[in-house]
Design a protein. Structure first.
Length: 173
């Protein structure tokens, strides 16, 4: 497959784009429209976080701890800890192309501008794909009905500089 660039916008993608990134190592680029949408949505999250009213998962804990207020100075730690706690996979590694497809599709979702993710997070996801870095994701152990919490948490660990990842040279670090 020829190396080309897949531009990620706020909507739509094709199976060909997924395959180009997952198998063909196509370069990923965020459109200006996507970056603007990400910034707008993040602005909403930041405004909600600044309000005195509790916002689930932003200024409160999760699940049974939803009624617990989290002080502003502990919120970043809360977000890191939720990723760490969900990175609970085990067993054989998921194939590289499957992990790359998973990351690309999550980037596509994030780029919609409806998630509140910082633009820098989306750019880091694109940069990791472009660098040929593939987080180690294990086959078993996902949580929840969606089945993607553990795999996505392992990907997020790599974005945070934690967890194992395979470099473009095939060596896991």
């Amino acid at each position: 497959m020829d190396m080309h660039t897949v531009v990620v916008g706020t909507s739509g993608t094709t199976a060909e784009d997924v395959i180009a990134v997952a198998r063909g190592n196509a370069r990923v680029e965020l459109s200006g429209e996507a970056l603007d949408a990400l910034a707008r949505a993040r602005g909403i999250v930041d405004a909600l976080a600044a309000k005195p009213e509790p916002v689930y998962g932003v200024s409160t804990g999760f699940g049974a701890l939803a009624s617990r207020h989290i002080s502003p100075e502990l919120r970043a730690q809360l977000q890191r800890n939720i990723v760490r706690s969900h990175a609970a996979g085990m067993g054989p590694r998921v194939e590289r192309e499957v992990v790359r497809a998973l990351m690309f599709l999550r980037l596509k979702t994030v780029a919609s501008g409806h998630t509140g993710v910082r633009p820098s997070v989306a750019q880091t996801m694109a940069d990791v794909l472009n660098a040929g870095i593939t987080p180690v994701v294990h086959e078993y152990g996902s949580l929840g009905c969606s089945g993607d919490l553990a795999p996505l948490s392992h990907c997020a660990l790599a974005l945070m500089g934690e967890g194992d990842a395979e470099g473009p040279d095939g060596v896991v670090r």
